[in-house]
Design a binder for this molecule. Structure first.
Ligand SMILES: Nc1ncnc2c1ncn2[C@@H]1O[C@H](COP(=O)(O)OP(=O)(O)OP(=O)(O)O)[C@@H](O)[C@H]1O
Length: 808
């Protein structure tokens, strides 16, 4: 395989294994591309692997961390079909979203790639050919639903029907699994099956597929599992899940699919098929490494010198302990097989499960929007990492941990130390770290140093075994010890009564501050950067945890960590209190599904707009006719006649789309900037993605209804509406177009219906809804209100092909 050639020339050269060093290759389960990752996904894979990668780098190991989006397969094809775009477009969009979320979470990948690359095709096909040459593949005929209308075989999840299990009989069971009873299914078992796309009943047809002969590979596989699970100290949950598979008896596993979006099977008679996503996804680790360096084989075909650590949630285990190793073993090549697997159980959300498909829980982008700093998020997720059993995310727990552990313990310790040192001479040390003569014989300090030494040992032991939660807890204990030490020493009294002892306490404490910044760096890198800034230490001076450099020994003599005479920077509080009302706000904001939240947000926005309007009316006391009618005298206004409902009350203007893009959170919507003759263009959201290609929207002249009440659509406020004609069945939609030479911003006229438009149409009066009934195109393709054409200074407005359509 070659390199992508896309490497950034300014980036450091890719790391390669170094003889004699510990070379550690770290991967986290490739997140599936079709959605935004939630906090469960983040702690289950990328964040956990990131902590370990950062720890390895601190230890001076030669480590790289590889991940990327898993892009092929049915789920992407289905999502693309739903969104009326290509699978590639779905992948491009979500790859960027994933990348941004992980960037915000400070995930330190050496390469975050993707699986839809030529390198992936090359890697998969090469491995496949080896398996074929070595006779580990079997061809079998399967029966699969085929849709005559859609002219294709249907993936299991594209078939819906009644669950065949007695007592369930759920009518919308998916071909791969029944959501109601949770049982795994074969699409052919469903009663009354239907194609999910066209709702026709599929037929069952024969189709040939290739299978990996796992039973024949069993001996090789078991030898690997037995040796490596001990050598790599696999976690109990990984061992259990693997043995459950072995116990069920290894069966041949199908590695091909009748799909288009995937790596093509390089055999003439299979040329219409692609590899199954679980065959190709783990090979993604290899191909993404090959995009990082041409010398990828030094990492992947070098088991003597490289240790492979893989991180994932529990549902991914058998694919990494059985399927992927069997695939690699079957090639007969000298692959670096997984040494250690770190598996999480599930993080659940408040009272239920995180769900991508149902949109339940807090998602990567939501975390950012809360303004709770990333270090708090990382800390909370890691203290709550589901290492041995499922754990629960609750807002109350996040608040308690943030306030009690980060603010009151860690933040408090650091701030007390640095603020005291920063005080002017006479009250403190004028920011200069004092000396610590006699620290070895200062009893309180000696006792503290012994405890800290032990904690550091325990921290290292836990982290080496990937017991991340334990590592974090141990590091935090050092902060508690620090607080107790400060308290016991009564340093504020010592300052007045025993200056040498006070200096010892302060220099030891500032050493602990630096040690904490180091030990906690894998968990909260942004916190460590800030502490080092407040300590006025350059990042390169950061203490490492290398045995060779003697750093671990130094941790046992904390007064030696920061030299006397060093000038610290300005101390600032590191954490903020999370208040009850904030937490309550988040809890209700993120309750229910994402869809519920959008509805709630829109209702909220409408309410606020209504209130604002009322406020404005009473403040400026009139001017325009609508306002004055209401504001002149409360009771009187009730009797004022509502102006007659006609097109004259609508403010339809000629506009030009100056910019258009897809809505970041809604696949059916565009977000446009439209010039309607005002100082600023208006932002308008339109549901036209399925009907008009993006490039055809660009620079188009349009008719824009400008006095609808602004409304938020999936988080973006739309300040007008683009008028379109549609056929009665809504299958075709076209823009209502003014003549090219019409003036941007001019009001579209309807001769005979003159008059000033309403400032803003009151939704309660249903003006728009009433007028809309009479908006249509005629047989000449002219846009009309009743039978009066939409008229501009340059002529009438038309549509391109829809006759007698309705306009809205
Ligand atoms: N609630 C959770 N807690 C911890 N880890 C999780 C949770 N949900 C998923 N994971 C893990 O997150 C990683 C990435 O998941 P992935 O993107 O494949 O999607 P998924 O949530 O498993 O859903 P799907 O496979 O339906 O797309 C996997 O290793 C998975 O095991």
């Amino acid at each position: 395989m070659g390199s992508t050639g896309e490497e950034n020339p300014a980036a450091p050269p890719p790391k390669l294994p170094i003889p004699g060093k510990r070379n550690i290759l770290i991967t986290s389960a490739l997140p599936y591309v079709n959605n935004v990752p939630h906090l469960g996904n983040i702690i289950g894979s990328v964040l956990s692997a990131d902590v370990f990668a950062r720890f390895c780098r601190l230890r001076g190991y030669n480590a790289i961390y590889i991940c990327g989006t898993d892009e092929y397969g049915t789920a992407t094809e289905t999502k693309a079909m739903e969104d009326n775009c290509s699978p590639k477009e779905i992948c491009d969009k979500y790859h960027v979203i994933h990348k941004d979320v992980y960037k915000w979470f400070d995930i330190s990948f050496d390469n975050f790639g993707r699986t839809s690359t030529p390198q992936q095709t090359e890697a998969c096909q090469a491995i496949f050919k080896k398996l074929l040459d070595n006779n580990w593949l079997i061809e079998n005929t399967m029966q699969q639903p085929y849709c005559d209308t859609c002219k294709r075989f249907l993936a299991d999840r594209l078939v819906e029907g009644t669950c065949p299990f007695e007592g369930c009989n759920y009518e919308s069971a998916r071909g791969d699994q029944c959501e109601n009873c949770g049982k795994l299914l074969n699409a052919t078992d469903l009663k009354d099956p239907k194609c999910k796309v066209c709702r026709n009943a599929p037929q069952i047809r024969d189709t040939n597929h290739l299978f990996l002969d796992l039973p024949a590979l069993r001996n090789k596989l078991e030898e690997y599992i037995n040796n490596m699970s001990v050598a790599g100290s696999w976690s109990q949950n990984a061992i259990q899940a693997t043995h459950a598979w072995l116990k069920e008896g290894l069966k041949v596993r199908c590695i091909t699919r009748d799909l288009k979006w995937g790596v093509p099977v390089p055999l003439e008679r299979f040329k219409e098929k692609v590899f199954y996503v679980w065959f190709d996804a783990p090979i993604g680790y290899v191909s993404i490494t090959s995009c990082y360096t041409n010398e990828w084989e030094q990492w992947w075909k070098n088991p003597e010198n490289v240790e492979l650590y893989q991180f994932m949630g529990k549902d991914n285990v058998p694919f990494h302990t059985v399927m992927f190793p069997s695939t690699l073993l079957g090639t007969g090549e000298n692959w670096t097989l997984m040494k250690t697997i770190s598996v999480t159980e599930y993080l659940n959300y408040e009272s239920g499960k995180f769900s991508k498909s149902k949109g339940i829980g807090v998602f990567g982008n939501d975390a950012k929007d809360t303004n709770i700093p990333v270090e708090v998020w990382r800390y909370y997720l890691l203290t709550n990492r589901p290492e041995v059993s499922d754990t629960l995310f609750t807002w109350a727990d996040l608040q308690a941990k943030s306030n009690n552990e980060l603010l009151n313990n860690l933040g408090n310790f650091i701030n007390r130390v640095l603020s005291f040192i920063a005080k002017p001479p006479g009250q403190g040390y004028g920011s200069i770290v004092p000396d610590a003569n006699g620290a070895e014989s200062h009893q309180l300090t000696k006792t503290l140093a012994e405890k800290v030494g032990k904690y550091v040992e325990q921290y290292l032991e836990a982290m080496e075994k990937v017991k991340l939660k334990q590592g974090l807890k141990t590091a935090m204990s050092i902060s508690s010890e620090g607080n107790a030490y400060l308290q016991e020493s009564q340093f504020w009294k010592l300052y007045k009564e025993d200056q040498p002892s006070c200096s010892i306490v302060m220099r030891t404490s500032v050493g602990l501050v630096h040690l904490l910044a180091c030990l906690l760096e894998p968990f909260m890198p942004s916190f460590s950067v800030e502490v080092n800034k407040q300590l006025n230490l350059q990042p390169e001076k950061h203490i490492s945890l290398c045995d060779e450099k003697g750093d671990v020994d130094r941790a046992r003599r904390p007064w030696e960590i920061i030299p006397a005479g060093h000038k610290i920077g300005s101390p600032n509080p590191l954490f903020k209190e999370l208040k009850d009302d904030e937490v309550e706000f988040f809890r209700s904001k993120f309750a229910g599904s994402q869809a519920d939240r959008i509805i709630r947000a829109e209702a909220e926005a409408a309410k606020t707009a209504e209130q604002l309007k009322k406020t404005k009316i009473s403040v400026d006391g009139g001017g325009k006719k609508q306002k004055s009618a209401k504001s002149t005298a409360g009771a009187k206004s009730k009797t004022t006649a509502e102006p007659e409902i006609s097109i004259a009350r609508l403010d339809i203007r000629v506009g030009k789309i100056t910019k258009v893009q897809k809505h970041p959170d809604a696949d059916a919507l565009y977000v446009e900037e439209i010039d309607v003759g005002e100082v600023q263009p208006r932002t308008v959201v339109s549901g036209l993605v399925k009907h008009i290609p993006l490039e055809e929207m660009q620079e188009r002249m349009v008719c824009v209804l400008c006095n609808l009440k602004p409304v938020a659509m999936r988080g973006i406020k739309s300040h007008a509406m683009v008028l379109c004609a549609s056929t009665s069945d809504n299958t075709k939609v076209e823009l209502v177009e003014p003549p090219k030479s019409a003036k941007i911003g001019e009001r579209v006229a309807f001769p005979g219906f003159e008059g000033e438009p309403d400032d803003v149409l009151n939704p309660k009066k249903k003006v728009w809804e009433t007028v809309q009934v009479d908006l249509h195109t005629n047989t000449e393709l002219v846009a009309c209100y009743k039978d009066i054409p939409f008229t501009t200074s340059a002529g009438i407005c038309t549509v391109s092909s829809i006759q007698s359509g309705s306009i809205r």
